[in-house]
Design a protein around this ligand. Structure first.
Ligand code: NAD
Length: 433
């Protein structure tokens, strides 16, 4: 099939390369000229494991091309996939200006039947609005469909190529048929396509993210309680997750969730519910708990030094909102760094992939170090924020020798408190003694 993918971010690039890999002709377009220039030179502007090889092989085979010409991409495609950003607006709703601008361009460049697909996460009712926007400027036939994306950054290729479900929603039978054909190669072993109306598809994406965010906030809230009660949340987590009705995933207490999806999506869902006079009490609580949780590590460090952080040095390991990505949108590390700098501390930070992105944001207010050990040199505390593999079993003897005072703040409960205390560290985790 001939596809146009509009928006070459985390989702658009992975989807574009993934569809091309199954033999489709994919033209990826973006308004960001520097991004397209880099992609055309064979560079991949984001860190996502496996993506560079997938892009390189498909570009070489001529199935994957890049440009800034949205109009031409639309004219050459049977299926037009919208994968632009839907960032939060000031009132917490999703900012749909890019989606609607693209819809207008699609409408103006229609030349025969096309399926217009939103892969961006968009509020319920957006497919109807896209239908109206395109319908106002063209007489050509078209179908609008919602095809929310469930990939996880860091494992995006695997998720996209072997999806555990493909949700397609449309009120146009022909559009659903085209999408079934497009995805048939991805679900050959087991038909995991969920076809439905567009509104249900749009709501499915928000429901999934709100459920996962709620699980995390639930455990974070219990971790705070666990600490007050002298229980160990890690033991509780494992035993609770052993119940097959509950399962072990997304129960890890930590520093709060960040990323480009959960925070903005739950906020947009709350906003959507308010618009129809419904208060989503559970999701609102998940959001509140998360805001509080992102302050927790900074509060613990401040308390440890009796509120006096002036002149102290804190090493921060992990800046990306999770391992295996360079994405720092809503990252808990940014909240911690702000708290530390505000309190007068010096911050020495390390991350395997996200340092350039944070540097662009905070400049030289933070010292970025080449190695993780350099970050701990002269530090009064070391805070683990993102649990990259290399931070899991570091050489603690070496760290002890490098730090000024050996205080560890384990925001992900990945280190062993007993071992570390016996090495002479002061250990503080989340919800554990
Ligand atoms: P991103 O910010 O990485 O990429 C969006 C891209 O769209 C940018 O390159 C931007 O330049 C481009 N763009 C903006 N306006 C445009 C326009 N008018 N025409 C052409 N291009 C335009 O965003 P992302 O993380 O890829 O997310 C895209 C959408 O997918 C969002 O709605 C997001 O919620 C959703 N989503 C993201 C993930 C994820 O893990 N990142 C997962 C599932 C769904």
């Amino acid at each position: 099939m001939k596809l146009a993918v509009i928006g070459t971010g985390y989702v658009g690039l992975v989807a574009g390369a993934g569809f091309a890999d199954f033999g489709n002709d994919v033209h990826c377009v973006d308004v960001d000229e520097s991004k397209i220039a880099r992609l055309s030179r064979g560079e991949v502007p984001i860190y996502e494991p496996g993506l560079d090889a997938l892009i390189a092989s498909n570009a070489k085979a001529g199935r994957l091309t890049f440009s800034t010409d949205v109009a031409a991409a639309v004219r050459g495609a049977e299926v037009v996939i919208i994968a632009v950003g839907t960032p939060p607006a000031a009132d917490g709703s999703a900012d749909l200006s890019a989606v609607f601008a693209v819809a207008e361009t699609i409408g103006k460049n229609m030349n025969g039947y096309k399926v217009v697909v939103t892969k961006s996460t968009v509020p319920v009712g957006t497919a109807d609005r896209i239908q109206q926007i395109i319908g106002r400027v063209t007489k050509e036939p078209f179908g609008v469909a919602s095809n929310p994306e469930f990939l996880k950054e860091g494992a995006a290729i695997e998720d996209f190529m072997k999806p555990d479900r493909v949700v397609i929603g449309s009120n146009d039978a022909r559009a659903l048929e085209v999408l079934r054909r497009l995805y048939s190669a991805f679900v050959r072993t087991n038909d995991r396509i969920h076809a439905m109306d567009a509104r249900s598809a749009e709501l499915t994406k928000y429901a999934a993210n709100a459920m996962l965010a709620t699980r995390i906030s639930f455990m974070n809230d219990l971790a705070v309680l666990s600490e007050k009660l002298g229980a160990d949340i890690e033991r509780v987590r494992k035993a609770v997750g052993a119940d097959p009705r509950i399962g072990p995933k997304f129960l890890f207490p930590g520093v709060g969730f960040g990323g480009s999806c959960f925070p903005k999506d739950i906020s947009a869902l709350i906003h959507t519910a308010e618009g129809v006079g419904h208060e989503l009490a559970v999701v609102r609580a998940a959001e509140e708990v998360n805001k509080r949780q992102k302050q927790l590590l900074g509060d613990k460090i401040r308390r440890h030094f009796d509120g006096a952080l002036e002149g102290r040095t804190v090493a921060v390991w992990g800046l990306a909102f999770k391992p295996q990505t360079d994405d720092i949108r809503e990252a808990p590390a940014l909240v911690l760094i702000d708290m530390l700098l505000e309190a007068g501390a010096k911050v020495r930070a390390h991350d395997p992939a996200a340092m350039d992105n944070v540097r662009a944001l905070v400049g030289d207010r933070v010292t970025f170090t080449e190695t993780m050990y350099q970050a701990t040199e002269g530090a009064d505390a070391l805070a683990l924020v993102t649990e990259w593999h290399e931070y899991r079993q570091p050489d603690f003897n070496r760290i002890k020798g490098l730090m000024r005072t050996p205080a560890l703040f384990d925001g992900r409960n990945v280190w062993d408190p007993k071992d570390l205390r016996s090495l002479g560290f002061k250990y503080t985790g989340i919800g554990r003694p």
